[in-house]
Every structure is written in C-alpha cells, then in structure tokens.
Design a protein around this ligand. Sequence first.
Ligand code: SAM
Length: 243
Amino acid sequence: THFGYREVPTGDKQKLVGQVFSSVAGNYDLMNDLMSLGIHRVWKRYFVATAQVGKGDRVLDLAGGTGDIAALLKDRVGDAGEVVLGDINAGMLRVGRDRLTDRGLVRGLEYVQCNAEQLPFPDASFDLVTIAFGLRNVTDKDAALREMQRVLKVGGQARVLEFSEVQADWFKPLYDFHSFKVLPRLGQLFAHDAGSYRYLAESIRRHPPQDELKAMMEAAGFARVDYRNLNAGIVAIHTGYRV
Ligand code: SAM
C-alpha cells in the first residue's frame, strides 16, 4: 500500500535544522536512525556477533559505507586479522576511513573503492564476506552474489543483512504508515530531503523477499543457504557458504 504524500512547506526553521545535519555522514547516520528507530545499531551488532569469523581472519565488508560493520568486524578478527572495506562511493569510503581512524582503528584495515558486481580481488581471498544494507542498492544483484562467492575461501561464509518482507500481518499497516507517512516527513524536517526517504521506503519494497533472495544465493553457487528474520522480518540475515 502506498500512502499519498504531500510536500511539507519549507520554512527558515527547517533550513536551520537542515544545516545542522549538512555533512554526508551526518545525514546518512540520521537516515538510518530515523529509518529503523535506532534499532539498526542492534541489528548490525547481532549480524557481526553471529558471523562465522575468528582471530586472524581476513574479511571483506562490501558496501561498507561509513564503517559500522568494519569496526565491529575488526574487533572480531583481532590484531592479527584484516578487514577490507569496499564501497563504490569515494565520499563514503573517505568518511568511513576518517571515522575508523578517529576511533584509533588503523592497522589491519584497508579501503578499496569497488563495485560489488565486479570485485578487484583474486578468487578465494577472504574467510568471510559481508554486505549490510547494501545489496538493495546494487543493480545486478546476481553478479554481486556470484562475486561474493568467488572471492570466498572454501568453507568461508557470506552474510547479507538487508531490509526484507515483514511477516506479521498485524504489523504491516503500522510499518507502511511509518515508511510512507512518517519517514518522508522526518526526512524533510531533519535532513531537508523527503525524496530520498521516500525512495528508501520504495527500494525496500522492491528488494527480493526472504525466499527469493535465498534462491538467488543458491543460484550464485552458495551452499547451505539459510536466513533468519529479525523483528518479524523488517530485516533478515541470509547466510551461505562456499564449498
Ligand atoms: N554497510 C553500511 C551500513 O550498514 O551502514 C552502508 C550501507 S549504505 C545504505 C549503502 C552503501 O552501498 C553506500 O555506501 C553505497 O555507496 C554503497 N553501494 C551502492 N552500490 C554499490 C555497489 N554496486 N558496489 C559497492 N557499494 C555500493
């Protein structure tokens, strides 16, 4: 269900509020918080805490953006491990690197500008490949999944964290209301940008639901593909292995 949407008139106060969140990263984090009511932080922590990864591993976080996942992963691979943060956007990569550097995370971190559809890494380079809230934005998702499979070592795990299809019927109207009514207005008010927030909600509805993404991962060559819904399927974690 798509609710009708009316533009909120732009006032000086809104301009002021907008200026507060003028940096790319600031807007980006705000967007995440508004989108998920802050819960994305919990989802990300769970996503990394339950990953198949150990000390000394070499891992790749695709569409890594501002580095939330990479920072959590670095903690898991330890001093001997290595985290490669890949993103197609140079601006996001720069913000990610500055962030992690400010937190004292320098050694064992690498930043690579790359398209998930065509990775600049040899076969079997990583113990774990993750992509969080990124696959939705990739044009050729099948190509990205095949590439994730290719760069994994045998026995390695791929993990996808993404918005998915809400499973609880009672919750669907509330979720739609939040997505199409509340969110664009919050976006307008705080980030001066209703359009992007509306796009976000629509891109989530277009993303393949749980079982479809599972089938895509199997078609890309992953074995033992499975998924787990979090919060009634607002997001899902898909996992697959290279065998
Ligand atoms: N993973 C981060 C997180 O969870 O906070 C960032 C998610 S952000 C919504 C999506 C990211 O995907 C952006 O940083 C964008 O630049 C990146 N991206 C979009 N298309 C991509 C592609 N084809 N290959 C690699 N990165 C891509």
